[in-house]
Design a binder for this molecule. Structure first.
Ligand SMILES: [Zn+2]
Length: 118
């Protein structure tokens, strides 16, 4: 079962309304959909972990939606298209624009995923 980021964002918002006790456990059931539900008593970290696995930029991306999450496994060159390169493996220079890995920014995780590279 795959969830879209929109669905996950909506579910994350609902999670914020659910009471958590002093043991960091749910005080009531938290239902994502028919396939995924967390019962009362589930540890909050288990739920965070679930979001971390399913959301494109992890639980960090849900907590800080306005921050870009980058990955050093990929980098951006100056090209308008196909500007995402994977790091290493002799690809430290773009053959089209000549940009160098060492002076180029890390790619944004969201864009790498959109390009189907992650
Ligand atoms: Zn380039």
């Amino acid at each position: 079962m795959k969830y879209t980021d929109e669905q996950l964002k909506e579910a994350w918002k609902r999670l914020g309304d659910i009471a958590i006790n002093n043991e960091e456990e749910l005080e009531e059931d938290f239902i994502i959909d028919a396939d995924t539900k967390f019962s009362k008593g589930t540890d909050r970290m288990d739920i965070w972990h679930w979001f971390d696995v399913h959301y494109s930029t992890g639980v960090h991306g849900l907590m800080f939606p306005n921050q870009f999450v980058t990955t050093e496994d990929f980098w951006d060159c100056e090209c308008k298209h196909n500007y995402i390169h994977s790091s290493g493996e002799g690809t430290n220079e773009c053959k089209i624009c000549g940009a160098q890995r060492s002076t180029s920014p890390d790619s944004r995780v969201e864009e790498v995923k959109k390009a189907g590279l992650l």
